[in-house]
Design a protein around this ligand. Structure first.
Ligand code: MN
Length: 240
């Protein structure tokens, strides 16, 4: 049996085809998985668990629930878009929220899982913004606001992020190799799986005398993308 890793679906009301593709995936391929890991940015935005009742979200929650009910464990990590996924989401879907970073055992080996945004250390503006919105005091204040206020704030941040991304050179928004090496050494792993950069790839390099591997998951903009891991190893696959 295989373990599946996906990320960066960015599900939203603007992309009904991808919502439909994900629903199909949850009802077919995912049912055969030993476990499904969603490494962040399942949703384009998440302003609080009340979002769960929106028409493009409710079917996703129900499909996740029937998958976990069928016995497939689903683990989900916060991304930079949906970091407010909370307890209500977890109890509605049966998904287990996992920390970023986290080390899991996969076919007898320790594997580090991350969303990937914290590896993009060259983007100092973003790193500053991240520590601001990940502050529990800011989050409690935000979640205490009305839905309309939260939507307005989120739209404002998304606009700011779009403008900032247009102004930044592409390398700045990729992972920093030193940050990758440091993080893998710190956790004592030879395999890292992350998303966020939307640059699906398998990177092999030497770290402290060992050949190590970093898998980058693809986004779900044009098609589905996942990393399939079993005893034979891991490979990136597309879903149409
Ligand atoms: Mn991301």
């Amino acid at each position: 049996m295989s373990t599946f890793f996906i990320s960066d679906l960015h599900l939203s009301e603007q992309r009904p085809n991808i919502v439909a593709l994900f629903l199909k995936f949850l009802g077919s391929e995912a049912k055969e998985a030993e476990a499904l890991y969603i490494l962040g940015d399942l949703f384009e935005y998440w302003i609080g668990d009340e979002v769960g009742s929106l028409p493009h979200v409710k079917p996703v929650l129900d499909a996740l629930r029937s998958l976990t009910d069928s016995g497939v464990p689903v683990y989900i990590m916060h991304g930079n878009r949906d970091f407010l996924l909370g307890k209500q989401f977890a109890s509605a879907t049966g998904c287990q929220l996992i920390n970023d970073p986290v080390v899991i055992k996969l076919n007898g080996k320790n594997v580090l899982l991350m969303h990937g945004d914290t590896l993009c250390t060259d983007d100092t503006d973003y790193i500053k913004f991240r520590s601001f919105v990940r502050n529990p005091v800011w989050q409690a204040d935000f979640l205490g606001k009305s839905i309309d206020e939260r939507i307005a704030i989120a739209n404002n941040y998304r606009e700011m992020s779009k403008t900032a991304m247009n102004e930044k050179p592409a390398e700045i928004m990729d992972t920093n190799q030193e940050a990758v090496a440091d993080t893998m050494s710190k956790h004592g792993v030879q395999t890292l799986i992350h998303g966020h950069t939307h640059r699906p790839n398998k990177h092999e390099f030497e770290l402290a005398g060992n050949q190590v591997t970093r898998f980058v998951l693809g986004d779900w903009y044009e098609q589905g993308s996942m990393l399939v891991c079993n005893e034979q190893g891991c490979s990136l696959e597309n879903l149409r």
